[in-house]
Write a protein that binds this ligand. Structure first.
Ligand SMILES: Nc1ncnc2c1ncn2[C@@H]1O[C@H](COP(=O)(O)OP(=O)(O)OP(=O)(O)O)[C@@H](O)[C@H]1O
Length: 310
């Protein structure tokens, strides 16, 4: 599978603060790829480097095989970008801003733009300054999509939007990926990511902690509750990769992932130290919280993270 984006060992510092720390990532063509991380994780910094608007201090980024730092203009022409807070000319109408932007792109832009406005039910004659937040966001998305880019980059695109507009946004992303386009979505909203993403990179404090197809992240994950015979007993040796562990009295709660054989969990009950074992599938939110609260080493080379026991 070809990669649309290749990020290789990229670091970005603001003064002495490291916002992106040795990040490596591959975004394959034709998927919705989510950068999932809390506020301040470094997502926007990564996106701005990808667009060639910021230069990395170390490492390199290529988009469609072009170096973002040296060929930023070319890269920006090839993709569509929806920033977190779109800046649009307030005095223009939706139609005028389309006509204006069409000057930077080839034939067909304006027609596609108008079709998108129509699809999102944005009145073409309304001035941007008189639009609601959701309507502005739809104009911004229509502008980004109108030249039919093979890659659409969206930085927290639905923040502050109501449920219906958010749903329309997310649906259009899924549609785009189905048509073979690639969508890179930065978000801190687990529900949003869970709904649309094919692949997820978990970002924390500038580091990529894990990169996985969404279903793989959830499929091999379990919360194991092991009741021990003695209250001082150590947790049983669980299969897979341990994400978090906590103890209350005789009971250990262990969140694991990458478990290939769930029978191995049930067999923990055969151990002399274990009285009862229970297991359930955790939500993506619980897995994400585990990553956000524990001290995990970053994943290597954009591959799924290998995590230490805690
Ligand atoms: N120009 C800057 N100068 C100094 N520090 C910055 C600058 N831009 C961002 N930062 C810091 O870098 C870190 C990463 O910021 P960034 O905006 O990339 O995170 P984010 O994951 O996009 O967060 P959010 O979801 O809140 O937008 C934050 O701690 C932020 O305060």
């Amino acid at each position: 599978m070809t990669n649309v984006i290749e990020i290789d060992r990229v670091t970005k510092r603001y003064g002495r603060f490291t916002a992106v720390d040795d990040a490596t990532l591959r975004v394959p063509a034709g998927c919705v790829f989510a950068l999932l991380g809390e506020n301040g994780a470094g997502k926007t910094t990564l996106v701005r480097m990808l667009l060639g608007l910021l230069s990395p201090d170390a490492g390199s980024i290529s988009v469609f095989g072009r170096n973002s730092t040296t060929h930023g203009e070319e890269v920006r022409r090839l993709l569509g970008y929806v920033p977190e807070r779109p800046t649009l000319y307030e005095w223009m109408t939706a139609a005028e801003i389309g006509w204006f932007t069409a000057g930077f792109y080839g034939d067909g832009f304006e027609q596609h733009y108008r079709n998108l406005l129509d699809r999102f039910r944005v009145p073409t004659s309304r001035k941007i300054g008189k639009m609601s937040k959701g309507m502005r966001a739809k104009v911004s998305l229509s502008l980004a999509m109108a030249h039919q880019p093979r890659l659409l980059v969206l930085d927290e695109p639905t923040s502050g939007l109501d449920t219906l507009v958010r749903r329309e946004f997310l649906e259009s992303m899924v549609d785009l990926a189905a048509e073979g386009h690639t969508v890179l979505l930065s978000s801190h909203l687990i529900g949003e990511v869970e709904r649309v993403a094919d692949q997820v990179a978990v970002v924390r404090e500038g580091k990529i902690l894990a990169v996985d197809p969404l279903d793989r992240l959830k499929l091999g994950a379990y919360e194991i509750t092991a009741t021990m015979h003695g209250s001082a007993a150590a947790p049983p040796p669980v299969p897979g990769t341990l994400l978090t562990s906590s103890r209350r009295g005789k009971q250990w709660r262990l969140l694991v992932r990458d478990v290939e054989d769930e029978g191995a969990i049930d067999r923990l009950a055969d151990l002399d130290s274990v009285a009862v074992v229970d297991r359930r599938t955790p939500s993506l939110e619980e897995i994400f919280v585990a990553y956000m609260t524990e001290n995990h080493p970053p994943s290597a080379n954009g591959q799924p993270g290998v995590l230490q026991e805690v």
